[in-house]
Design a binder for this molecule. Sequence first.
Ligand code: PMP
Length: 312
Amino acid sequence: MSGFNGAKYCWMNGSIIETEKALVSAMEPIHLGIFEGIKAYLEGDLAGRGKQNIFAWKPHIDRLFRSAAVNGLVMPYNKDELLAAAKETIRANNFTGNVYLQPRIWPKSGTPRGKPESHVVIPAWEMNTLLGASNQAFAKERRFMVSSWRRIATDALPPQAKSWANYGNSGLAGRESSRLGFDGAIMLDNRGFVSESTGACLAVIKDGKVVTPSVTASILESVTRDYLLKYLPIDINVHTEVRDLTRMDLYASEEAFLLGTGAEITPITSIDDIKIGETYPGPITTQIQTYYSDVVSGKNDKRRIWLTPVWV
Ligand code: PMP
């Protein structure tokens, strides 16, 4: 680990450099930028040593380009070049664990009018996983609250894109929940329906089915959510529904969990101190967790196509 928050090496504007040397002027408008959060998992044994595969590269990189387009940023590298860069970043650091990559793009300051350019950096972190049947962290209790902060309205800042600006809103809700002694926040959208958490989407179990808000409820277009909606019914016979969820739906749910690249499948114990379900973590959440764990670690042969090997 370097003195900076991250691994020894990162990729910046075309080459691998030491993270400590990834310096730009304090005048750069990084806050106007966009980013992605992508994970690479060890093959086979999530807790052991081995080679990483990037999970769901294509939808992540596609979203990065959509985020750039809506925020008026030019992309100086194409998707293949960025994949090569992502692999190079993992290899350069010789990580022995699971890895989180966070490609960041922001507008270069001082470029001539009408000729915008962008900076690109790919920092990396070794990141533990909640996944794996023996992981006690999965069973840890997590108390969530409904935030007094609404999720940003889709006609103010597009929550579907992953821009730093959106995380000002997440920060307000996250800080409120920690101040009040909770483990996390759930935000409602500007209509009063359930939106998402501060850095993950949310799903509840109702009548044995996974129910999650639609993309029009001010959520990020989550890669994990799309994946689960598509494959849970086919692969493990867990049915899904996309619809508006009310606050009552949260309180009266059988199970509730966060889903996302970083959050993976994170069970929620209570919302506003109302206990969710009869057992914790709930049986369907646990089933989905095991399934997701198998997919990302290459144990599910049918879904191997979702993994991009880093070391070949
Ligand atoms: N919503 C927010 C606000 C997030 O930051 C994330 C994490 N990227 C998600 C949802 C989940 O998205 P994904 O499954 O693509 O990681």
